[in-house]
Design a protein around this ligand. Structure first.
Ligand SMILES: Nc1ncnc2c1ncn2[C@@H]1O[C@H](COP(=O)(O)OP(=O)(O)OP(=O)(O)O)[C@@H](O)[C@H]1O
Ligand SMILES: [Mg+2]
Length: 1019
């Protein structure tokens, strides 16, 4: 119930289900009885499972209906798959043979046997189609392949006929080498065409298809040219079986197929004409009749058919058919034929002509599909050879056919035993002898030199004097009278004798008894007519008979001997190859679909030696598998081997079977395989496996689905990822190319990327202080505006942060410093040094101010700041230490307890300082009367602090800084008292000094600031 959720699992399920019908390898039957064998075969046949294995041998049962198991899907399914993994199939065999060949680089053959109508030819066609479908596609290959496939309809037209057993029975043996290397190629050997069919057909049978095809399907022109009537019934050679027209055979259509196939295999137009000429000639020849003359000799009745014949002079031919020339001493004597003899010669000529033309055709096909590559070729041979047959009257050809089957059976036994033995040896397992029937004795009976039936036949044919069929029989009785497989009327016991005619002999073949009639076993001389054919206008006839003349003196080989030697050659060639087998079984005699005639099949099973083969395969150990394969299948049955066995597979198998409780006699460990003696041992294991896998099934299905889904998802992701990458890279390149343009779909993403990347980098490289004005990442052009805005915002932010971070007190300081800066920055040389010095609230503590001063001024006195100064007298510029106290309205000059001078801010005209580094301050005071003191000159260490505070209270910026830094002498005019002027002069010198100069001015000398460009004043 867990199966079936996906298509794949459905298929898998179906395969397993098919597998479950009976047993797919007979080797695994519980018992090797015929009954068990038949039961299994029937069970499978009823489910249309027509293939079953015996080891690597394929048993095939003719279903007589088209099964949909040969389509290209099936071919794909079997391609390269382990033989035992899928249900038995002819394709599995074809594939395995091919891979064995590629692996071992050696030659192989597939022997397809079975009785007429069992499906041999169909099987061989399926194999050929499989190889054709699997071969690589190139023009050359395709043409050779087409030729190989097209050789079939041609050969079947000329070599197949309707028989009682099979509407398309192959009447010749065919061995085809399929050649593989870089190119594909083929070579066909044909064996023993049933030529007697050309002149005689049993009731219900037909001549070869081609005759009917030509008469029924041939174009008017062609028929006219060949002198043919469009009427099969008009020809003696076509009517003996009384079934010229068959509903099951479409001769007209087949004619078209054959004509086309002849073109494909490159039979030239003139050859085609000659070929049909031969076919027509045979038909005409069949209609030649003889009348007895007065002496009883044959004479040709005056029909005109001969003019159509063979392109040979009619008169000559007529003579050839009615008498022959015998050399008697010096003279040539004409020896006329009686009618029987004339008919015999006529028929012999027809058979020879047709038979040789058939061989010519095979040669033609071989040339066209030849593999012209000289490098090493490997071949897979396909042997589709007529099966063992028993008729009411068994002719000479039947004898050959059955002999052939006897040979092949011999080969089969040899090879099977050999390969079994070899496998045991290779695996290091002791070989146990197998009992089987060896048919060598029968082969010898037929083919032994000097003693065999064929030898005796040869002798009889070539013996001068009156050899007859009966003398031949006597010779046979003489030579092999005591042979257990040979019986004649005279030799038989009473009961057997009743079943034998006097002219018969019977062979006890391995597959059954067959009675042969000796009549007509011997060839009569027909060489003289053959010589005539060498003069034919028909190129094919001329070609195939051209050797007749040359060979006439040699002792000719009988057909039987020829056949024997060609068979020997074949078996030799086969023995050098690895053998594979397909055994075809005919399901019923009436060609009915789905019917299995048990008696019929049982009989075939017997004479095909299937039970024999099965027994050989089962003799020692029924089942064997490579360790890897065995372990892979059953590893789940043992905790030590599940899920993975990490050691050698052989050791894994050993552990596994011990865990399963195999007894020592039940199995053996070979070098690469485990051998299991009885199938039941394997069944127990298989049953356990079944239970286990049912339990695991759900799990496996789920795991399988997940695996599939996961892999699919991974694959999808990967594809998406690549697509995405391709897109992005393309966009990026496009964007880069168009980066200077206005924003568009081409560059928008690129620009976004540029912007983002700029911002990311900028973030890491921001200036750390407000004062750092140089660190700012140069923006790309798209970001110029944004960068500028950002820079402003960022600096504002930094300032804001800084400002927020400063204390109230520091703020007061800074506010004062701002004022200081406004007054002095860039004007007074000592200003820069002052910046870092903090301003204090006051420079003199209240304790250091005389209490009287403080007490005096409480009303008006709200003290803001006080600082010690050195005051220079207005008269002599004497320095006097004083204190200056600032209040909200006035500055007080204080000496100890005395207020020496009060300067209301309102009376202050201005304040002057030099631009140098000195700290002399001049307060200019409005002086309205003489009593009033004049301008105040003093030195103050905290000049900037003092003046800033004063400026804040005074509120008016009237502080004047001398600016002329290039004048050597600067001067501040002071009013000493009302109307009396003085001055303070400033200059630079090596030593700082303050003194009263000769001119009565106060002289202030200071170091020049370090950067002063002018020379120092000397003196
Ligand atoms: N696998 C198959 N599937 C369907 N029908 C088949 C199959 N095999 C054989 N047949 C049918 O049986 C008929 C006879 O098969 P085929 O000609 O292959 O027999 P054969 O063994 O070659 O006989 P012969 O010895 O007379 O040549 C075919 O024409 C076909 O109708
Ligand atoms: Mg056939």
């Amino acid at each position: 119930g867990a199966r079936g959720s996906t298509g794949l699992l459905n298929m898998e399920g179906a395969l397993v289900a098919r597998d479950k019908v009976g047993i797919q390898d007979f080797v695994l039957l519980d018992e090797t009885t015929e009954t068990a064998f038949m039961e299994n075969l029937k069970k499978r046949f009823d489910k249309d499972l027509i293939y079953t294995y015996i080891g690597a041998l394929v048993v095939s049962v003719n279903p007589y209906k088209d099964l949909d198991i040969y389509n290209s899907n099936q071919m794909d399914l079997y391609m390269g798959v382990n033989f035992f993994e899928l249900p038995p199939h002819i394709f599995a065999l074809a594939d395995t043979v091919y891979h064995a060949m590629m692996l071992e680089l050696n030659n192989h053959f597939i022997l397809i046997s079975g009785e007429s109508g069992a499906g041999k030819t169909e099987a061989s066609k399926k194999i050929l189609q499989y190889y054709a479908a699997c071969s690589p596609e190139t023009d050359l290959l395709t043409s050779v392949r087409d030729k190989m496939l097209m050789s079939n309809p041609v050969l079947e037209a000329f070599g197949n006929a309707k028989t009682l057993k099979n509407d398309n029975s192959s009447r010749f043996g065919k061995y085809m080498d399929i050649q593989f290397n870089k190119a594909l190629g083929g070579h066909i050997l044909n064996y023993l065409l049933e030529k007697s069919r050309v002149v005689h057909q049993n009731h219900g049978e037909r001549n070869f298809h081609i005759f009917y095809q030509l008469v029924e399907g041939g174009e008017e022109d062609l028929l006219h040219q060949l002198g043919l009537e469009r009427d099969c019934l008009y020809y003696n050679y076509l009517t003996q079986g009384e079934c010229a027209i068959m509903s099951s055979i479409n001769d007209k259509n087949d004619w078209k197929t054959v004509k086309n196939a002849l073109k494909v295999i490159e039979v030239s137009e003139s050859d085609r004409t000659d070929l049909f000429g031969v076919v027509a000639s045979v038909l005409h020849l069949g209609n030649v009749e003889f009348d007895p003359d007065s002496r009883g000799n044959a004479s040709l009745d005056n029909n005109t058919e001969l003019r159509w014949l063979l392109g040979v002079n009619a008169q000559t031919l007529q003579e050839g058919l009615t008498y022959r020339k015998i050399r008697a001493q010096q003279d040539q004597v004409l020896s006329p034929f009686n009618i029987d003899h004339a008919i015999y010669v006529r028929d012999a000529l027809a058979k020879a002509m047709y038979g040789r033309t058939f061989t010519w055709l095979v040669r033609q096909i071989n040339e066209s599909m030849e593999n012209k590559d000289d490098t090493m070729k490997m071949v897979i041979g396909l042997l589709d050879i007529y099966g063992f047959e028993v008729f009411y009257v068994n002719s000479f050809e039947q004898f050959c056919i059955n002999y052939c089957n006897e040979k092949l059976q011999q080969l089969f036994i040899q090879l099977t035993l050999k390969s079994e033995q070899e496998e045991y040896e290779a695996e290091g397992i002791e070989w146990e002898a197998v009992q089987f029937f060896n048919n060598k004795i029968i082969c010898d009976l037929v083919e032994e030199r000097h003693r065999g039936i064929i030898s005796i036949l040869d002798e009889e044919c070539l013996r001068p004097g009156d050899a007859t069929d009966l003398t031949f029989l006597e010779r046979l009785e003489e030579k092999m009278g005591d042979h257990p497989h040979f019986v004649t009327h005279r030799l038989a016991d009473i009961t057997t004798r009743k079943t034998l005619d006097r002219g018969d002999f019977r062979l006890l073949h391995y597959a059954g008894e067959v009675t042969y009639c000796v009549v007509g076993k011997r060839d009569r001389h027909t060489q003289h007519t053959e010589r005539l054919m060498g003069q034919s206008k028909n190129a094919i006839v001329r070609e195939v008979f051209c050797n007749a003349d040359a060979d006439s003196r040699r002792r000719p080989e009988t057909v039987a001997t020829q056949f024997k030697s060609s068979l020997l050659k074949l078996t030799e060639s086969l023995l050098a190859k690895d053998a594979w087998y397909v055994r075809c079984l005919k399901s019923n005699e009436s060609k009915k679909p789905g019917v299995l005639d048990e008696a019929l099949v049982r009989h075939q099973v017997k004479y095909l030696g299937l039970m024999e083969h099965l027994r050989v395969r089962r003799a020692g150990f029924a089942y064997r598998r490579r360790y890897e394969v065995f372990l892979q299948r059953y590893k789940a049955l043992c905790p030590a081997t599940w899920p993975h066995w990490l050691g050698l597979p052989m050791d894994g198998v050993q552990v596994l079977v011990q865990h399963l409780g195999y007894m020592p006699y039940e199995y053996k460990m070979g070098r690469t395989k485990i051998f299991i003696r009885h199938p039941k041992t394997l069944y127990a294991t298989e049953d356990a496996f079944e239970r286990c896998s049912n339990a695991c099934c759900l799990l496996r299905t789920k795991a399988f689905q997940m695996d599939v889904a996961w892999k699919a998802a991974q694959a999808r992701k990967e594809v998406e990822r690549r697509d995405w990458a391709v897109k992005v890279i393309k966009k990026f390149i496009n964007g880069f190319i168009n980066r200077g343009d206005a924003r568009s779909t081409d560059n928008s993403e690129y620009l976004a990327f540029v912007r983002q990347s700029y911002l990311n980098r900028l973030k890491l490289k921001l200036p750390q202080t407000v004062l750092d004005k140089t660190t700012w990442l140069t923006p790309p052009s798209v970001c110029q505006e944004a960068s500028e805005l950002l820079r402003k915002v960022y600096y504002r932010l930094m300032v804001r942060k800084y400002v927020r971070g400063i204390s109230q007190q520091k703020k007061g300081q800074l506010q004062m410093k701002v004022v200081t800066s406004a007054i002095f920055k860039g004007k007074k040389d000592s200003y820069p040094q002052s910046i870092t010095r903090s301003f204090l609230d006051t420079r003199i503590g209240e304790a250091d101010i005389n209490p009287k001063v403080l007490a005096k001024g409480t009303a008006v006195f709200s003290l803001q700041y006080s600082v010690p100064v050195v005051k220079y007298d207005r008269k002599g510029f004497k320095p006097r230490p004083r204190q200056i106290l600032l209040t909200t309205s006035a500055a007080y000059l204080v000496e100890e307890a005395k207020i020496k001078q009060r300067v209301l801010y309102t009376s202050l005209k201005g304040i002057s300082v030099s631009n140098l580094t000195d700290d002399i301050v001049v307060l200019h005071i409005t002086c309205e009367d003489a009593k009033q003191k004049g301008d105040l000159v003093f030195q103050c260490d905290h000049l900037f602090e003092f003046l800033t505070k004063l400026s804040i209270h005074y509120r008016v910026s009237v502080i004047n800084v001398l600016l002329n830094r290039f004048a050597l002498l600067r001067s501040i005019t002071i009013e000493i008292q009302s109307g009396k002027q003085g001055a303070v002069d400033f200059t630079t010198g090596p030593e700082p000094l303050v003194y009263k100069d000769k001119n009565g001015h106060l002289m202030v000398v200071r170091h020049p600031p370090p950067h002063t460009p002018y020379p120092l004043k000397s003196g």
